[in-house]
Design a protein around this ligand. Structure first.
Ligand code: GDP
Ligand code: MG
Length: 439
């Protein structure tokens, strides 16, 4: 999950709130203290943390509890809103012809993000192309060339020529027939004067619509200086926070975004061109708070799968037969690694924590479930309630599995069905979900 550690400690803090019966000053103070600790440990800037906790405290104690909400829900909502406040709105990079310039220090993830963006626009049906203006790092040309070739994205570069500005000028001309032109630039290890000068010169030639600053999610407070410096030289239109998979704390980058009054456009969650997500603050915070993210799963599913594959809509309406589940399991193979999918499903919420090795187990289990279902009749697939102990035996025999395997599958189906029902109405209702989870 994105920023595991922060998420876990925030969830712990909120749990405390659930356990206590009343919302009084002491409880609020305690919860706020826990939230402060969680944010500071994740490198969120001290000043921000203090401002936020002050405002949670004030609001929790002063604002009237809305009709129909418990005091508990009241505080949870405030915490949620204040977290969203810190992060601010997202930068929207529209799906239309444009030039995008990548900026950031060396190793921040510019080149990887360049390929991810190319893939992102390609998936949306646009024609991206890439210019390699990194003439500084040996191997930069090859790295980007290889990535683009794999994606079948037009690429311009001049291996061995140090004239980055000239390359950009020629590259943009050569690639002008494409919709989206992405200029990947060089970085340095630190903010040196020649780097800034090069950025300014490339900026002047490329006249980009968007300047995306790539910040490594794992860096701490240095993020602020980087963001400020780049913002003062060429201006940033949006930020990509990379490496939010794994152990990145993220808070440094988020604080930097806040300080420079910019906002996050995308987050990078892995090394492959597919691992880019459009940033959506409410979704991000829901995920941090451990809500499971059915919305991103749906989006991903719609992009990856054809309509006949899976009917998310009907599943969310609660009509979720074994047949649907079978299709879903088949589709999961297409969607990508089990881990990513599981994190997006509400299962994480229902089954509390999913241990790391469970993902592999679950992948194996899914395979077994499919085999079991292959031995069911059409009637049973559409109406699992028909399956009593005699049928269980028959299905087990037919599929070469045990009766327990069949029962487990039925139980899993029931759980999925309930989870889907929980999201009925399409719109994700955080309070309702929290209630369901016993929070
Ligand atoms: P650049 O110097 O700014 O162009 O950075 P690169 O794109 O070359 O990335 C530096 C390193 O970070 C590479 O090893 C990438 O594979 C890795 N990287 C970039 N983005 C991500 C990400 O979102 N997740 C992970 N795990 N690694 C990333
Ligand atoms: Mg690079």
């Amino acid at each position: 999950m994105v920023m595991d550690k922060l998420g876990n400690s925030l969830q712990d803090a909120l749990k405390k709130l659930v356990k206590s019966g009343r919302i009084d000053e002491r409880t609020v103070n305690e919860v706020v203290k826990d939230i402060q600790r969680a944010l500071l440990q994740s490198d969120v800037n001290v000043k921000l943390v203090m401002e936020m906790s002050q405002s949670i405290k004030e609001r929790a104690l002063k604002e009237e509890v809305p009709a129909g909400a418990s005091p508990r829900e009241h505080v949870l909502r405030i915490v949620y809103q204040e977290l969203i406040n810190i992060i601010g709105k997202a930068t929207d990079v529209p799906l239309k012809p444009q030039t995008i310039m990548m900026i950031g220090l060396q190793g921040s993830g510019k080149t990887t993000t360049t390929s991810k963006l190319a893939r992102y626009f390609q998936r949306k049906g646009l024609r991206p192309a890439v210019v390699c203006a990194d003439t500084f790092r040996p191997g930069a040309y090859q790295q980007l060339h290889t990535l683009c070739t794999k994606l079948n994205v037009p690429f311009y570069g001049e291996e061995g020529n140090p004239d980055a500005v000239g390359i950009v000028e020629r590259g943009l001309k050569e690639l002008q027939k494409n919709d989206i032109l992405i200029v990947d630039t060089a970085g340095r290890h630190s903010l040196e004067a020649d780097l800034i000068e090069e950025m300014e010169n490339i900026h002047a030639i490329a006249n980009p619509d968007y300047k995306l600053l790539v910040l490594d999610g794992a860096i701490g407070q240095q993020a602020s200086e980087q963001a400020r410096t780049f913002n003062e030289s060429v201006g940033i239109s949006g930020v990509v926070i990379s490496k939010l998979d794994g152990t990145a704390k993220g808070g440094g980058a988020i604080s930097a975004v806040c300080e420079t009054n910019s906002s996050i456009a995308f987050i990078g969650t892995g090394e492959t061109p597919e691992d880019l997500e459009r940033f959506e603050p409410d979704r991000f915070i829901s995920r941090l708070l451990g809500m499971g993210d059915i919305k991103s799963l749906i989006e991903k599913a719609e992009e990856t799968l054809g309509e006949e594959d899976i009917d998310m809509e009907s599943m969310m309406r609660g009509k979720f037969t074994l047949k649907d589940m079978y299709k879903q399991l088949e589709s999961i193979n297409k969607l990508g690694p089990m881990k990513q999918i599981m994190q997006m499903l509400p299962l994480g919420g229902l089954g509390a924590k999913i241990p790391e090795n469970a993902y592999q187990d679950t992948g194996d289990k899914m395979g077994r479930y499919r085999i079991v279902m292959d031995s069911m009749t059409e009637e049973e697939m559409l109406n699992p309630r028909l399956i009593g102990s005699a049928r269980i035996k028959r299905i087990a025999r037919g599929s070469g599995c045990t009766a327990d395997d069949v029962r487990e599958l039925l139980k899993y189906h029931k759980m999925m069905q309930n989870a889907m029902k929980g999201f009925r109405g399409g719109k994700f209702n955080m309070q309702k979900m929290m209630k369901k989870m016993g929070m």
